[in-house]
Structures are given as C-alpha cells and as structure tokens.
Design a protein around this ligand. Sequence first.
Ligand SMILES: [Cu+2]
Length: 120
Amino acid sequence: MKAYLKLGLAGLVAVMMGLSAPLMAHEGELGTLPEEGTTVQGSPEEIGIYFDGAMRITQFDVTGPQGRVRLVDVPGNEPTEDYRVAPADELAPGTYQVRWRGLARDGHMMSGGFSFSVED
Ligand SMILES: [Cu+2]
C-alpha cells in the first residue's frame, strides 16, 4: 500500500512536470498572435499571446529558419493578460516556433508554445 502510494505520487509529479499545456486551474491561454498554426502574408508586426488572467511572462523565445529571432518592444515582467513583442527585423519566409514560460497568479510555473508560418 505504501509502495503503491509512493509510485502514485511520483507518477503524478512526473505527469505534472511533463505538462506543457496550461492546467485547468490556471490562467489559460486564450489565443496567440499570429494565430496558432496559421500562415501569414509578410512579416508580422507583433507576436504575442493572450491569457484569461494576468501572467508574469519570464521567457518568450521565437526561433525560425535563421535561428533565434531578435525581439524589441519586449514588455517588462509585470503580470499581463496580453503579452506582445515585435521582431527587430522582418521575418524571412518560413516556419517559426514560439516558446514561453510564465508564472501564474498562484505562483505556479507554466509554459507553452505555438508555431506560425510566414510567406512572401
Ligand atoms: Cu497553479
């Protein structure tokens, strides 16, 4: 019984640590800019993410065909429901991945990601 309980807790912790999508109890991801999985014409002026509650974003990385995208207009780390950055240079055509990490109001670390494509 004790061993079973131990395994159960270890499993639960492993599952929780492996989760990349927001948990139900947390602020949720409402949408992204550009929209997840879409192809946009030309370089987007802004890249961002929306939540249904304030989130303190601690990491927001964009990578594409030419590697890490340099970002400007990066907000401070005040909690926000609407986090937006701008690419420093025009994005070349290709697929881009966004990875973010943040701190929910209850103190839990959250993370997620999305991708979008740019075409001429
Ligand atoms: Cu939480």
